[in-house]
Write a protein that binds this ligand. Structure first.
Ligand SMILES: [Zn+2]
Length: 223
């Protein structure tokens, strides 16, 4: 849990504006409170169910909401920086908490893109490391014999020749910032690294973070 204190909240509606900002940016808001400092200035305290936060980026985002708002303190954030892509890759398949911390350290506007980019790199790395031996496979055989087993290390996977679903993706926990785009990127990077699967496009079609019952991905390819 991270608690952020913001000053400059003297105008009425500041608490609602700041709370709405965090919700809009996809942060899991756990509490909000209007307080008074010793000098009588109004402060807003926001609690978020995250462990990492990019303070500089958040400070800029808050300021863009109103030049009066200023971050006074951030408490409870894990010390140290978010894990690097290299560190995440080294921990595969036990990557869910690291990906979560990495995702939380990113700004809301670019989070999905950056998670997908990280996933692509790690997917390509995994393919090269574990699945690139022997004759290259085409879709859909490559899906069944390489991508599905690679993903099964992360959790339960159901797949057909054109669709893959995860009933319980470790990157889409309830009440957390969704980091599911990591998986889209992972699959795309993995398939791009295979000589005969490079023409395959991966698209997310359902996500628990959007209220669906599972996360689902569609594969488009020419035979
Ligand atoms: Zn998802």
């Amino acid at each position: 849990m991270v608690t952020i204190t913001i000053s400059g909240a003297d105008k009425s509606g500041a608490l609602a504006r700041i709370s709405a900002f965090f919700v809009r940016k996809g942060y899991p808001l756990k509490g909000q409170q209007l307080m008074e400092s010793a000098s009588g200035a109004k402060l807003v305290k926001i609690s978020l169910d995250i462990t990492q936060v990019d303070k500089a980026r958040l400070a800029a985002e808050i300021k863009s909401l109103s030049p009066d708002f200023r971050i006074v303190s951030v408490e409870g954030a894990q010390s140290g920086s978010a894990p690097s892509i290299k560190e995440i890759a080294a921990q595969f398949p036990d990557v869910a908490p690291l990906v979560q911390a990495y995702g939380e350290s990113l700004g809301a506007d670019t989070r999905d893109e950056e998670l997908a980019e990280a996933g692509k790199k790690i997917g390509a790395f995994q393919y090269e490391k574990e699945w690139s031996f022997g004759s290259p496979l085409k879709m859909p055989v490559a899906l069944r014999r390489t991508l599905v087993p690679a993903l099964e290390a992360l959790g339960e996977v159901d797949a057909t020749d054109t669709e893959l679903t995860l009933p319980d993706s470790p990157f889409c926990g309830t009440g957390k910032i969704p980091c599911c785009e990591f998986l889209t990127g992972f699959m795309q990077g993995f398939l791009d690294a295979g000589p005969l699967t490079q023409n395959t496009r991966v698209q997310k079609t359902a996500c628990r973070a959007k209220g669906d019952s599972r996360c689902a991905f569609k594969f488009s390819y020419d035979l």
